[in-house]
Design a protein around this ligand. Sequence first.
Ligand code: SF4
Length: 356
Amino acid sequence: MPTGNDRINAEGAGEGLRDLHTLTHGELTELLASLGQPKFRAKQVEEWVWSKNARSFDDMTNLPKSLREELAARLTLGGVEEVARQVSVDGCRKYLLRFPDGVSVECVGMPSRGKLAVCVSSQAGCPMGCSFCATGAAGLTRSLTSSEIYEQVMHVRDDFNTRVTSVVFMGQGEPFLNYDATLGALRRLNDPEGAGIGARHLTVSTCGVIPQIMRFANEPEQFTLAISLHSAVQRTRNALMPGVRKYSLVNLYNVMGEYVNKTGRRPTYEYALMGGVNDTDSELQALCDFCEGTLAHVNLIQLNEVEGSKLRPSTDLRAQDFVRALAAVGVEATVRNSRGVDIDAACGQLKQRLSK
Ligand code: SF4
């Protein structure tokens, strides 16, 4: 029967040392026991990894030096590397981070009035192919692990040197096509011994992968759900978001009713306004019909223009028409500032620019 230590050595021999972030609590405890360490060491090591985001075993100053050396001989601490950044005049910082296998993703830190929100990627690239998105144009490279998602938040936290108050899964990727890793990251972010962020301040944004919406509703934590709607007209939505063509708006409407009944929580509908595409009178009427009588909040966002795309933002006046019309049917809507408009803020743009 191999011990955890044997397995770690065996994996290390074949494909490099194993990343400590990928060890379960049981595996870490087993490894430390095999090194003759008392039980409380696992908690100490985990605090360095998940809460303090140690980048080197030498940082773990409350561990004996000999143990730090033994751990360093068997494990790595991941090694996410920042390869590029852009800083906006509004204070947003966008990062391109690379993992040890060479795969890179974007994340964004958005400071505002003493708070720090982080937008993370759940996949490198994305298979959904949304026509208004730079990431969608490039396709999927691979899904991220839960610790790779978590490490993005820690990287931003350490760069701003302040507590992260909320996280949105609105970067590259469709989180519900990487459900288990997304949930693992959410739980670690929520854990008081991890990032300690309240569940209601952790938001997953999905294009509407219907089977996973009810799965999410049944999770015990009060995580927040946002739906990228972008049109309540089936034909328009099919054209804008081909990846969710198989999930009709009728089915989405029904499952969101079930979600609200089950959780009692108000979902957000994201709606990127595109001039002449989804900001017409008939589109507005369809959006009002979709939301009327339901528990819903609508976020109206002016489209971030993507190089090479014909899609253009709508006007501020038109956005106000949407707010008024939605209010008239009892639905609250907010026009969101496009943060970081000067820094390729739409997901995938920084990566796209650097790969040219
Ligand atoms: S908008 Fe989101 S879901 Fe759509 S292609 Fe881009 S990253 Fe994927």
